[in-house]
Design a protein around this ligand. Structure first.
Ligand code: PBG
Length: 331
């Protein structure tokens, strides 16, 4: 019996009754336009499968250019480059990171030549070049040297800017590096080079597969004296206000999926664009569950990225970028 009290006037399900209505009511739309595609490159004639990240490759210089062109044709407008550096070129002072004839500057020039419209983002940190596997210089007693590291990071950022990088992205978490890099760029006529700061980068176990891909696992110790404590959210706001004051054009939260609360907090408190990085461990967990047949790969990937977008990311770095762009064109 229907009484006035039990009359159900408000029925949220009406907004879900058909695909057309659900589409109209949708609050967030995933788009290929907000995807950034991270790519690994090595100085070798062949592309190589990455064992720790099935489906990802260390691209040869030529293979990388083809992959960038393919991603571009699917509507992906930005890539970020990570170099797998020959062991013989790694050193304690990581000098190779600012060699103008090194792998990254060569790759930037080649991409800018072939696909000039693609925004090239470079990672600024010492770990791929450091025989210690740390993002900063290591002192004899095992400490990470903040200010000495910044001098090298500035050289690295300038080297990338000279080669034509659109955006440099310091991922090292040293204090004061954004301001120092901004000044170094401005003093050398690179005031148009943007800075995307890894602002809230956590000391995360989810980076394991990436470190295997680059052979950059720290030889001694961990990264907890510079990357953030996973237990902290408010501290991300402190890092964000420092980076923005120092001149960051965009900031990043990383990892993404396990840190959606941090992403939402940061995004609602800053006035610069916010990126989020779905890192290698997040990639691998989805990829391995899907390859075992335990989850629906396409649906889970899209849902994971929708969640990151909904939490407030303007841009998302994801190893799934090309797949997703393909699916979104089909949808
Ligand atoms: C290095 C860097 C790391 C990642 C991006 N830049 C690893 C680390 O800090 O140890 C991780 C990316 C990923 O796991 O996908 N500064």
């Amino acid at each position: 019996m229907t009484t006035p009290d039990s009359h159900q006037a408000i029925r949220p399900r009406r907004n879900r009754k058909s695909c057309a209505i659900r589409t109209l009511c949708r609050e967030t739309r995933l788009s290929h336009e907000s995807l950034i595609y991270p790519l690994f490159v090595h100085e070798a004639p062949r592309d190589e499968e990455i064992t720790s990240m099935p489906g990802c490759k260390r691209w040869s210089p030529d293979g990388l250019l083809r992959e960038v062109a393919e991603a571009h044709s699917l509507g992906i407008g930005a890539i970020v480059l990570f170099p797998a550096i020959d062991k013989n070129l790694k050193s304690t002072n990581a000098d190779e990171c600012h060699n103008d004839d090194g792998l990254i500057p060569q790759t930037i020039r080649a991409i800018k030549n072939e696909t000039p419209d693609v925004a090239v983002i470079t990672d600024v940190a010492l770990d791929p070049y450091s025989s210690d596997g740390h993002d900063g210089l290591v002192s004899e007693n095992g400490k990470i040297l903040n200010d000495e590291t910044i001098e090298v990071l500035c050289k690295q950022a300038l080297c990338h800017a000279r080669a034509g990088a659109d955006i440099v992205a310091p991922s090292d978490m040293m204090d004061g590096r954004v301001g120092a890099i901004r000044t170094a760029l401005d003093n050398t006529g690179h005031d148009e080079t943007s800075i995307l700061s890894y602002t809230a980068k956590y000391a995360s176990a989810y980076y394991g597969p990436f470190r295997n891909a680059l052979g950059s696992t720290p030889k001694i110790g961990d990264k907890k004296t510079y990357q953030m404590d996973p237990a902290n959210a408010r501290e991300a706001l402190r890092e964000a206000s420092l980076d923005i004051d120092e001149g960051a054009d965009m900031i990043m939260v990383k990892p993404a999926g396990p840190y959606l609360d941090v992403l939402a907090l940061v995004a609602s408190n800053v006035d610069v664009p916010v990126a989020a990085y779905q890192v290698s461990g997040e990639y691998l967990m989805i990829e391995s569950a899907a390859s075992a047949g335990w989850i629906n790969r396409e649906e889970v990937i899209k849902e994971s990225l929708t969640g990151i977008h909904r939490a407030g990311a303007n841009a998302i770095l994801t190893y799934f970028a090309k797949d997703v762009a393909g699916w979104l064109h089909k949808d």
